[in-house]
Design a protein around this ligand. Structure first.
Ligand code: DGY
Length: 315
């Protein structure tokens, strides 16, 4: 069975894959055209973020040779799952194993933005720090404030737990259904309610057509002037230009971003902002988590190859 792994993954997982399959290892994200060719050339593909398995890619592939896309990542908005299903291609993902790592990055951003850690670090590195000052680089207190979670899935709940247990925060959330996160969290009726009430807004919804530009100029305008906005889901969920406008005007105090609309492109205007902490999509980037993600993606492909239904099937 021919397996394409589109990007290097943890060596022990790669070794297992090579022991079972005829593996080709890619290095860079697949364009739509490359994704389409891959669908006609391999029995199974282990793709990840940035590989363009769009409806057009499936269309161009006709009747694909590929039977399974064992995605590396919980998010799979780079794969048109409906087009995959129509072409008879099973899609799986890697939930759970990255929940804690991603929630930790959410908190890295909350704390770094609140305490102006990026600005401080740049000052020190530039050799421009003039010493301790009672009024210098004052940030925002986090403990006891209101944490607003947009999307109370596994990652949202993990962010909320850290806020409640670690920082004594009042947690509110906006989600289609009510969730029991095992802590006193209050569901609000509208996104606007959340934006108005929260001191810290953290976005953890899945990417996709339903959530594209969910956070628009109106939503941002509803935030408190001292509010801090954090996105650890997908860049497309936020109107990036509206966010930049709000940050430039000082309409909100700051932001922390791990994801961007057109990764790896990060707009110049965003990079110029002092009140925004920018990370390069590090949500799941720990050695342990990335190995577990690779293992789960491969296990799904192995299950499928052995005639079993893969556990993390999404279509
Ligand atoms: C995911 O799994 O969707 C992440 O964004 C990649 O770390």
């Amino acid at each position: 069975m021919k397996l394409l792994i589109t990007r290097p993954i943890a060596q022990p997982v790669l070794d297992q894959a090579r022991a079972r399959f005829d593996v080709t290892l890619g290095e860079a994200p697949l364009s739509e055209e490359e994704a389409s060719s891959a669908l006609t050339a391999y029995d199974a593909i282990l793709p990840t973020l940035g590989d363009a398995f769009t409806a057009a890619a499936f269309d161009r592939a006709g009747t694909p040779r590929t039977r399974i896309l064992g995605n590396f990542g919980v998010g799979y908005n780079h794969i048109d799952v409906a087009a995959a299903a129509a072409a008879g291609v099973v899609v799986t993902n890697t939930p759970d194993v990255l929940t804690d790592a991603t929630a930790d990055i959410g908190w890295t951003l909350i704390l770094a933005a609140a305490r102006r850690a990026g600005e401080g670090e740049r000052l020190v590195r530039a050799g421009q720090w003039g010493g301790f000052g009672p009024q210098s680089l004052l940030g925002t207190h986090v403990t006891g404030k209101v944490l607003g979670v947009v999307g109370m899935g596994r990652i949202g709940q993990a962010v909320a737990r850290r806020g409640h247990h670690g920082f004594g925060m009042d947690v509110i959330y906006f989600n289609r259904s009510e969730k029991d996160a095992g802590l006193p969290a209050r569901q609000v009726d509208t996104l606007r309610d959340l934006m108005v009430q929260a001191d810290f807004v953290v976005v953890t919804v899945p990417g996709g057509a339903r959530t594209t530009k969910l956070i628009d100029a109106d939503a941002l305008a509803a935030m408190k002037p001292g509010g801090i906005f954090v996105n650890i889901s997908r860049g497309e969920v936020v109107d990036e230009v509206a966010l930049i406008d709000a940050l430039e005007r000082g309409a909100i105090a700051g932001a922390g971003l791990d994801v961007y609309e057109a990764e790896p492109h990060v707009p110049e205007r965003l990079r110029a902002l002092e009140n925004c902490v920018l990370l390069p999509h590090l949500g799941s980037a720990t050695v342990e988590t990335r190995q577990a993600m690779g293992q789960m993606a491969l296990d799904n492909i192995i299950s499928f190859a052995e005639g079993r239904d893969p556990r993390q099937r999404v279509n």
